[in-house]
Design a protein around this ligand. Sequence first.
Ligand code: GLA
Length: 383
Amino acid sequence: MIEKLEQSFRERYNIKPTMLKSPARINLIGEHVDYCNGMVMPAAIDKKLLFAFAKNNSKVINVISENYDNSFSFDLENLSCYQEGSWGIYIQAIIEILLEDGYNLEGLDCNMLGNIPIGAGLSSSAALCCGFLSSINNLFDFNISAFELGLIAQNAEVRIGLNCGLMDQYAVLFGKKNKFIHLDCRNLTHQYLELDLGKYELVLIDSKIEHDLKADSFYNDKRKACESAVRVIAENYPKVNSLRDVDNIILQNMINILTFEEYSSASYVINENKRVKEVANAIIKNDLDTIGQKLFETHQGLSKDFGVSTIEMDFLVDLAKTEESIIGARMMGGGFGGCTLNLIESANKEIVLNRMLKKYQTKTNINAEIYYIAIDDGIQILN
Ligand code: GLA
């Protein structure tokens, strides 16, 4: 893929590009808690979006997607026309933010090629935003720190309409081969944790129900429910600033005051924060059974309390429970579609996973897809 992209860039522009890799991410545990000051445990994986780029000594930024065979051009002197299109709006948002922040952006040519499935909960948009930003940062020596790049990329998502947390951008920028990032979203510090999976591995099953978090309002609505729960609780417990400060005792005391939606969302978040701690301890003890158990519990919480699963993902997790070689599974990412994450014994995995795919096809008429993944480094310049 790298050679193909480099060569097509050379053929088009007659110049050797700089090459950059921007990865997709998974999240072991800590779902829908990043925007609640919680703790998460993502990792970058070996699915990626590649960028080839070079200055073009003009005031125009040209970006081509080789996957979609389409392109967008942005005139830095006249950005007023909003670019329609699935990925062009992210690029435009980033350019706008950089210009507003006073960066001296010049023209560039950029081609992209990748293998991150869209709408599968692997954060293709964070890979796009962080990758494009990092390319610009490299090309014009802006010296923006990785952390700042993450905030700008998050800001671009918010501008487009998704009021997301920082987990995805963080994973894409700070990922490390074979390590999970134990990120504390309250003080934005992280620790790397290495998980020895022994005879097991993590495999994704794509339900092929695509989600578009920014088009559907459910993600922003869930965030609002969590925030309004905090506001109501804080009226009685003034020290509470986020759901991280709320425990189950406080929550029980508030049960008659909170709406059902506020209560069940807060309950999920409080329990998920506990599970992240338990998984961090289990990683240190190499206790895979506990990790698997927590994955099942998280799915239950996301499906029943938080309400962001789908019938299809519930079915995939139920199927996983019937397979002896799968010791944990859950839906992963924002929800309402995308992948399940499965902790599965490597021996015979093809037989087991194909059996699940067949049952899924019979039940839903949908062909799910299996992604074998490896935990990989975050954004990197490749040459
Ligand atoms: C999306 C968001 C993240 C996070 C997850 C759910 O991927 O971009 O910030 O909230 O959903 O954990």
